[in-house]
Design a protein around this ligand. Structure first.
Ligand SMILES: *Cc1c(COP(=O)(O)O)cnc(C)c1O
Length: 360
């Protein structure tokens, strides 16, 4: 077996221990004589997998009792529509903060169902920072306020959670859920596609305050109504059972590692290793303002497209893979999700130093 260090932004690296456990259980899950992929989603075996995953996520994120955890499909992109369909309950107006490509997609989708006001944006500097936010910016009649906590493509993160007072704060947490502690009670709704920091693609997690359920617009399709899934504990129809099983294994792995606080400490150490090098390198530099730097996705450039390409191809030969940046930033991007071990970041920095010397 040979495993590389995979810096992909998503789908992304999973913990080796989790993959090995899944391998062990693949053809015969715990004496059931069948794979999790072959089980009825209403049987007692799958029910225990489903319930454990929900319970462990509640523990990891310290989710208050008045919030529901939903296991949905359709990716974070489907949430761009579900959020307005379900939360445009009064004025059919919402405030969005535009911090990158994913925020823009969320804005475009919400505009189909109501009025969207972009109350802050960092588009003027290619989304290289998180804009200032003040509660006075919020529209008095907004049904909710939407942010993207971590911007996967640009490598920025909100340094603190904006205070939206009585307005429900909705957060796309796809690329940094479970990477640091968040006070769930500060949010009305959190959503995340699983394939960045949780598990395989196919599962979308929604954490929603109960009072926001049951007020969807009349045109809302049954499957896009949070109430449908909340009432049936995400078993209205067949859920993405195998992805939920894998996510459940990741939750167990996180608990064994000491939970989100312990993970955050490790993530900061990993990110600092790379940022410290970027700050002293004469060849490579980060593209994000220091106060907005993400610990999950770290873009960097040499300033020469030719050198960038050479770096990416030589790194891949050393087993440091998927370092190519998104086309809207260029250069490189290292995604350091929970499952990336610190040894992987050290190997990357060592190779960057070597490359810098050879190309000085
Ligand atoms: C990847 C990503 C998305 C899109 O997720 P899908 O599950 O592919 O729809 C949305 N928002 C953020 C912040 C992302 O990183």
């Amino acid at each position: 077996m040979s495993r590389c260090y995979n810096f992909s932004a998503g789908p992304a690296v999973l913990p080796l221990e989790v993959l090995q456990k899944a391998q062990d259980e693949l053809v015969d899950w715990q004496g059931s004589g069948m794979s999790v992929m072959e089980m009825s989603h209403r049987g007692k075996e799958y029910t225990s997998i489903h319930e454990n995953a929900i319970r462990n996520l509640r523990t990891l994120m310290n989710i208050p009792d008045n919030y529901k955890v939903l296991f949905l499909q359709g990716g974070a992109s489907t949430q761009f529509a579900m959020v307005p369909l379900n939360l445009f309950s009064q004025a059919r107006k919402a405030d969005y903060i535009n911090t990158g490509a994913w925020s823009k997609k969320a804005i475009a989708e919400a505009k189909r169902y109501g009025t969207v006001k972009v109350i802050a944006s960092s588009e003027d500097k290619n989304f290289s920072y998180i804009p200032e936010f003040d509660p006075s910016m919020i529209s008095p009649d907004a049904d909710y306020v939407h942010i993207t906590t971590n911007n996967t493509i640009y490598g920025t993160v909100w340094p603190s959670i904006p205070d939206t007072g009585s307005k429900p704060l909705v957060a796309d947490m796809s690329s940094n859920i479970l990477s640091q502690e968040y006070d769930v009670s500060k949010f009305g709704l959190i959503y995340a596609g699983a394939q960045k920091n949780i598990g395989p693609a196919g599962l979308t997690i929604v954490i929603i305050r109960e009072d926001l359920i049951g007020k969807a617009l009349d045109i809302t399709p049954t499957m896009l109504n949070y109430e449908t899934h909340a009432k049936e504990n995400s078993l209205y129809n067949t859920p993405p059972c195998y992805s939920i099983y894998m996510a459940g294994l990741v939750f167990e792995w996180l608990l064994a590692k000491g939970g989100v606080a312990a993970m955050h400490k490790e993530n900061v150490a990993k990110a600092n290793l790379l940022y410290d090098y970027l700050d002293r390198s004469k060849l490579f530099k980060g593209t994000v303002e220091k106060r907005s730097r993400s610990i999950m996705n770290i873009p960097f450039v040499t300033g020469s497209e030719e050198l960038d390409a050479k770096f990416i191809s030589e790194a891949a030969k050393r087993g440091l893979k998927t370092l190519k940046g998104h086309r809207s930033v260029g250069g490189m991007r290292a995604s350091l999700y929970n499952a990336m071990p610190i040894e992987g970041v050290q190997a990357l920095v060592d190779f960057m130093e070597e490359f810098e010397k050879a190309n000085a």
